[in-house]
Design a protein around this ligand. Sequence first.
Ligand code: NOJ
Ligand code: CA
Length: 553
Amino acid sequence: MGLSQLARLVKVLTLPVIALAMILVNCSGAPPPPTHPTPEQQASADQLLTGPDWYRHAVFYEVNTRSFSDSNGDGIGDLAGLTSRLDYLKDLGIDAIWMMPIMPTPFFDSGYDIADYRTINPDYGDMAAFDALVAAAHQRKIRVMMDLVLNHTSSEHAWFKDSSSSATGTYADWYVWSDTPSRADVGCGTYSPQFGDSAWTFVPARNQYYFHRFYPQQPDLNYRNPAVVAETLDTVKFWLGKGVDGFRCDVIGLLFESATGCDMIPETVDYIKQLRAVLDQFPDRAMVAETDIGLGPAPYFGSGTDMFHMAFNFHYGYLWGLAFLGQNATNVYSALGPVVTDYPPGAQDASLIGSHDVARAWSHASQLAWRQQRAVEISMFTKATPFVYYGDELSVRDGTTFVVDSRDSARTPMPWTPSPGHDFSTATPWIPFSDGADQTNVQTEDADPSSMLTFYRQLLTFRRGHAVWGTGDMSLITLDNPTLLALVRQVAQEAYLVVESFSEDPQQATGQVTNLPAVGPVVWGNGQASIDGTNLHVQLPGAGSAVFKLGAP
Ligand code: NOJ
Ligand code: CA
């Protein structure tokens, strides 16, 4: 071998080594955060996730089965496809899934119009496929939560078909009927422009109108009829008996109507308590409320042990993008304030930055990776159980083709590989992929140390097995600079100071603190902090964040 050949060989051999070294040591000189937990972290996580409080330490993943993975080549994601991807979720650090509705449906509202509560939508498989999914998930210590849509059924449900055909049949009184398109005891008979131009639809066979808070194909059930209460609670028992770990409860505040109010009125609160009593008959089950953003989560908790285990904090989850647009953390402080001051003991916030009802996190972040990263950090570092919306870990873009309505932008197929079909299906998918799926896919992002997926892996690994993030006390620190957010998390064994920036420029701030343990090293991100008397000084680079360990080293 000649000298020049040897030099070429050395170059070929050393280049990957240099590249690897660059990956392992980032520009600040510190090694990048690990993407997988240590065995000790995993053992601690396993312990925290055992027993009735598991949901406080779990990371949830909202999955749209229709768009996750297709096993039989019809272009529609299904239960067997989801089962085949559980290892991906496990490896990502997901402890529980919430599945959007998987029951039979004419699909006027993407399955939130259920035609039968006790069977599986044939597009997605059958009960055997569901049982196999639950068993495979449980084998991997992943819990399974279903969507419980109790306020309304599909207009194609057998109950409604009977109810709308005569005023004297078995189900005549299972829905809310009126001779006119209004009713004095249904004060909220208005409409939401998203779902049509009236909350009342005429049925000639009954010569009457029925009430619907959503699309006309979603008639509201009449909860003043005890048979409706009994049947829906029995449905809940049916799924719990099949081994599901709990429910995400759709628009749960709207079950009962009255002349003066239709959201979380006393009758609905009473129903929720009955629902909780049913869950409590089964070990280690939990439910999370879809809350009204105006009411906030606090009313859904009751005493802390008699209503919901968790409730979504949409004030943060749906409005965080505005805080970044305005480079101002004030709204985030006001979304987190009630968690500290208004929640009863035992209540657990549910935090998210995306869902099937809003545009993709990437759009809320104005296509800036740092904004999504800071937003998801806040979701993971505040006192809450975090919910990741499928595909957000890849920063999947909003789609532009709508099958049902504009919310389909956030319901596009999961891209697994860069290949043209992205390994979602062998057929044309039921809805096109979002743009950019050749880059924003699992395989490509897994190989990229600076991808959003790698970031999510690092963040989830950082939290793993530390009780402080799920249940540690939280206190918010008021700063003299509105572009920064600061908070402290604390359990007996460990405490952290978290600082997040909403600004692209370097920022510093001072806040008043008492009894704060000494500021130790940065354990996540990059920044500086010090305490002088009761003054806490913090400093962050532009677009940055930092977590400082507190207390003696
Ligand atoms: C809330 C669900 O999240 C949404 O997707 C649906 O349209 C309405 N409830 C009606 O069920
Ligand atoms: Ca399929």
